[in-house]
Design a protein around this ligand. Structure first.
Ligand code: 1HE
Length: 260
């Protein structure tokens, strides 16, 4: 009997928060078709009761991007289909059922950066570095990187990274807007779990609006955007959970806003 291949993902549970780890450290967590298929299967049916997810990478790097060993024999049509496959899976991450905190360290390059850009919050360790080697390899972004990453850092920075092979340090990535938290080496998972636990406690309607409405509203013109915001605001505040939370505050049971 053929031995079943080892999974490319590892999952662990911390109450309502899960940690999903890209688990191909020997290949720097390069995104093989199998890994992306396993990611799709996980996102299609996450464990019951999960409210938020941390996504990280095993070993010294978050992710080396596309598995280059699988690229060489593809026709143009197969390349389009492959890119659309990644789009489907990364969209499922961005517009799925769980808010995702990506914890980044070491190489976050090519498809690895495209994957990280589909998460909702990014925590970087100081070891993280960002690049789009596609420019030097004679290929192009294919995992949504030309759509999502310009929205984080601007098309001009993406063009610079691809034209010149520029590698951004963790500090440069933080200043540019890739990450919104920068922590010491080895501290990323703890920070990611802390943030995911907070996200898991939000009202489901709020998380839904943040994942599904906010990115769409941000793409609209002012007039349609304000109308859509009003609709989402009305729906969210009419939820029993929102009413309960506002009552809790007024009756001195809810937490005050404090400086960090
Ligand atoms: C790989 C890959 C990979 C490593 N595909 N096998 N991505 C890139 O162009 C990045 C290519 N990788 C690197 O630049 C470096 O490997 C790293 C900076 C990420 C890590 O360096 P290091 O010194 O820790 O590792 P290494 O010795 O380079 O690699 C260890 C092994 O991982 C080695 O295999 P081995 O069998 O010789 O041990 C490498 O071949 C393998 N490996 N990265 C396949 N990417 C759909 S559009 C998206 C397009 C892209 O993402 S393009 C960007 C591709």
């Amino acid at each position: 009997m053929a031995a079943r291949k080892r999974s490319t993902l590892r999952f662990s549970r911390h109450g309502a928060v899960g940690v999903l780890t890209l688990d191909r450290a020997a290949k720097r967590n390069a995104l093989s078709d199998r890994l992306v298929e396993e990611l799709e299967a996980f996102l299609a049916a996450p464990p019951a009761g999960l409210r938020a997810l941390v996504l990280n990478g095993a070993g010294e790097h978050f992710c080396a991007g596309l598995d280059l060993a699988e690229l060489s024999d593809r026709s143009a049509a197969e390349g389009v289909a492959h890119s659309r496959f990644w789009h489907r899976v990364f969209d499922r991450l961005q517009f799925g059922t769980l808010p995702v905190v990506a914890v980044l360290h070491g190489a976050v390059v090519g498809g690895g950066l495209e994957l990280a850009a589909a998460a909702h919050v990014r925590v970087a360790e100081t070891s993280a570095f960002y690049a789009f080697p596609e420019g030097q390899r004679g290929i192009f972004l294919g995992g949504g990187g030309s759509v999502r990453v310009p929205r984080l850092i601007g098309a001009h920075r993406v063009a610079d990274m691809m034209f010149t092979g520029r590698v951004l340090s963790a500090e440069e990535g933080q200043a540019a807007g890739i990450s919104t938290y920068l922590v010491n080496a080895g501290a990323g998972l703890k920070k990611g779990l802390e943030l995911a636990k907070k996200m898991a406690q939000n009202a489901p309607a709020t998380n839904y609006a943040l994942m599904h409405a906010l990115p769409r509203i941000a793409e609209l013109g002012q007039d349609a955007g304000l109308m859509m915001e009003a609709l989402v605001a009305g729906i969210a505040q009419s939820e029993p959970e929102a009413k309960k939370r506002m009552k809790d505050f007024l009756e001195k049971r809810g937490a005050k806003v404090r400086k960090g």
